[in-house]
Ligand binder design. Structure first.
Ligand code: FAD
Length: 316
């Protein structure tokens, strides 16, 4: 079933979460271990993130450096199929532009359709670690909007491959939004302009980047409405759980911690103390969002469900 149909049918705020494919070498059980504790909150769908290859340089016997691509985590297609098979909930694979040609994207979508997966979250992806800015695949897409257009084309039966006749796909497409602005955007206004383009191209709902200040989310929702963006907007919530998060999250995700939260975090001397603050903050945030009747709350678990379970137990 499509995420948009779940959202439309819901009588109250939906609980959803996303998991990271495990590092290579681990088994599917590690995925189940992250999902099992959260099933009591009856998620209608589970997202699976996608992680690009990384490049390392290896010195050869002749002294020259060789660039080698390494993929630390398996792809999402098999994981999504396993989740749907085991839990009978919908899986939402994240599909990114980076590293993919349009042909490869088409093939991935054909595989997803074959497996009965009706949903994708269409994203551009970030630059790889060794590049200073995002570089699209030479035969791929530069922006998420172009990826959305490709999926919509397939939904209309227009494939890249003209050699054989294929049935139209029927994907529901989600897209990303940024309550604190995407870090590359000139300003919020241009970011909303491009967000609207993604919705006009066919994205049916928006999931936001994590944020810790609900006011920023509510302002974002209002700004979207003023801009004529009228699809459901699902807030993304991440529990802070380590001392390292207090510096890494603002840097990586270009977000601010509100004053009240940073004051509490400054008092913390250990990861356990941070975890406690993170859970309490996550509960407060979630309760307020739910009271405001947001369509869903989407939790970033990073495949560790303890903190999300502690929050969800108080909220759902
Ligand atoms: P876009 O919508 O393409 O926007 C990128 C930037 O370009 C923005 O600044 C925008 O304003 C601008 N822009 C957009 N369209 C145009 C245009 N036509 N012309 C000029 N400028 C334009 N990354 C992963 O690698 N894997 C994941 O699984 C993943 N999951 C995510 C899930 C969520 C909910 C979110 C919020 C992010 C996720 N990301 C993931 C990170 C995401 O890939 C990055 O934030 C990326 O930098 C931007 O992706 P986007 O889809 O928002 O890009």
């Amino acid at each position: 079933m499509k995420v948009i149909d779940h959202l439309n049918a819901a009588k109250s705020t939906l609980f959803s979460f996303e998991i990271l494919p495990p590092l290579k070498g681990k088994s599917i059980q590690s995925i189940y271990d992250g999902i099992d504790p959260l099933m009591e909150f009856k998620p209608k769908y589970i997202n699976v993130t996608y992680h690009r290859e990384e490049y390392i340089f290896k010195e050869r016997a002749n002294g020259l450096l060789e660039k080698i691509a390494i993929r630390k985590r398996p792809g999402t297609v098999g994981i999504c199929a396993a989740i749907m098979n085991k839990y009978h909930v919908d899986a939402v694979p994240h599909l990114i532009c980076g590293g993919f040609s349009k042909d490869e994207t088409e093939n991935a979508l054909i595989d997803l359709q074959f497996l009965g997966i009706d949903n994708v979250l269409a994203l551009r992806g970030d630059s790889i670690k060794t590049e200073s800015a995002f570089r699209p695949h030479p035969e791929g897409h530069a922006y998420a909007v172009d990826l959305i257009k490709q999926v919509i084309n397939m939904n209309q039966g227009n494939y890249m491959t003209e050699d054989y006749q294929l049935e139209p796909t029927n994907f529901c497409i989600g897209t990303a939004g940024y309550p604190e602005k995407h870090f590359e955007a000139m300003n919020m206004s241009t970011d909303l302009h491009y967000l609207k383009q993604k919705v006009e191209a066919g994205a049916e709902y928006i999931v936001t980047q994590m944020f810790f200040d609900n006011k920023k989310f509510f302002d974002f929702v209002n700004a979207c409405k003023e801009y004529g963006i009228n699809v459901p907007i699902i807030p993304g919530i991440k529990p802070i759980k380590t001392l390292a998060h207090t510096t890494v999250l603002p840097k990586l995700f270009h977000i601010d911690f509100p004053e009240a939260l940073s004051k509490e975090l400054l008092k913390c001397k250990s990861n356990d103390e941070v975890k406690r603050v993170g859970i309490e903050w996550g509960i407060e945030q979630s309760k307020e969002l739910k009271a405001m009747n947001v369509p869903g709350i989407h939790y970033y678990t990073m495949s560790n469900s303890d903190e999300v379970k502690a929050i969800a137990s108080e909220v759902f």
